[in-house]
Design a protein around this ligand. Structure first.
Ligand code: MF3
Ligand code: CO
Length: 251
């Protein structure tokens, strides 16, 4: 079932989204060579709880941490563990929070120190593919218009789109209907209408699209070992535009 959220509900989702956006803004200054990833996870959890919310990923299907931290050829769902950030890596940080029964979900990919030109381009193209997807999230368009926007932009830049994982509806659960693939055809799929809240989350690979699940049972990795980037916004579809909810509360 696809929910139509009232303005009141959208405000609640928005509160959770602001917390996750503020969390990533707060974490940014710690993203540097030699930072233990467990430290990022610890300060993220503390920050979310200090805002009265709960880390949404922790315990979800048994996931053990507050953040998903996915380095280089890890696409998404990287467990913090005892990894240490190194110069030249790109690191996707995905964060979810729940406040008063409503969820927010948001991710960005960061450079650790100096990264090579291919990784810079991969991050820029993935981020822009999300912007283009969000522009399509308007009433009267379809889920396929979102996927088409991501896929056409990523592939025209020589990159590939992961097929196995998708964006999703969000609200009183972290993952709701409909699924939001990052590939597709214009005017195909579920109709978009005001009141829908969705998380759009392109996962773009520098090399081939194929992925596998690592031995830890969570981390999704590229088959060819090339880098992958991930950006995610939670948005609400309003009468005439997409409203990005996962933005910082003071900026
Ligand atoms: N943003 C991720 C998603 O929508 C959340 C990770 S799920 C968890 O799939 F299981 F790792 F918590
Ligand atoms: Co998500």
């Amino acid at each position: 079932m696809v929910h139509t959220r009232t303005q009141r509900e959208i405000e609640k989702i928005s509160k959770s989204c602001q917390i996750v956006a503020d969390t990533l803004i707060m974490l940014e200054e710690y993203i540097a060579p030699d930072t233990p990833v467990s430290e990022l996870d610890r300060i993220a959890e503390e920050f979310i709880r200090s805002r009265g919310a709960r880390p949404a990923f922790k315990g979800y299907m048994g996931y053990p941490a507050t953040l998903c931290v996915s380095i280089d050829d890890a696409v998404v769902h990287g467990i913090p563990g005892n990894k240490i950030l190194e110069n030249g890596q790109i690191v996707g940080i995905d964060c979810g929070a729940e406040l008063n029964g409503y969820y927010g979900d948001h991710a960005r990919t960061f450079a650790v120190g100096e990264v090579n030109a291919e990784k810079e381009k991969l991050m820029a193209v993935t981020s822009e593919s999300l912007n283009r997807a969000i522009e399509q999230a308007v009433p009267g368009n379809h889920v396929g218009d979102i996927g088409y926007a991501v896929q056409s932009y990523a592939e025209s830049n020589g990159f590939s789109v992961v097929r196995e994982l998708v964006g999703h509806g969000i609200g009183t659960e972290l993952h709701e209907e409909p699924q939001i693939p990052n590939f597709g055809q214009e005017k195909q799929g579920h109709l978009l209408y005001p009141g829908m809240c969705i998380a759009i989350e392109p996962m773009i690979n520098a090399g081939a699209k194929e992925v596998y699940t690592a031995k830890d049972g969570w981390t999704i990795m590229t088959r060819d070992g090339k880098a992958s980037a991930h950006y995610e916004h939670t948005i609400a579809i309003t009468e005439n535009a997409a409203q990005i909810l996962s933005v910082g509360s003071n900026g």
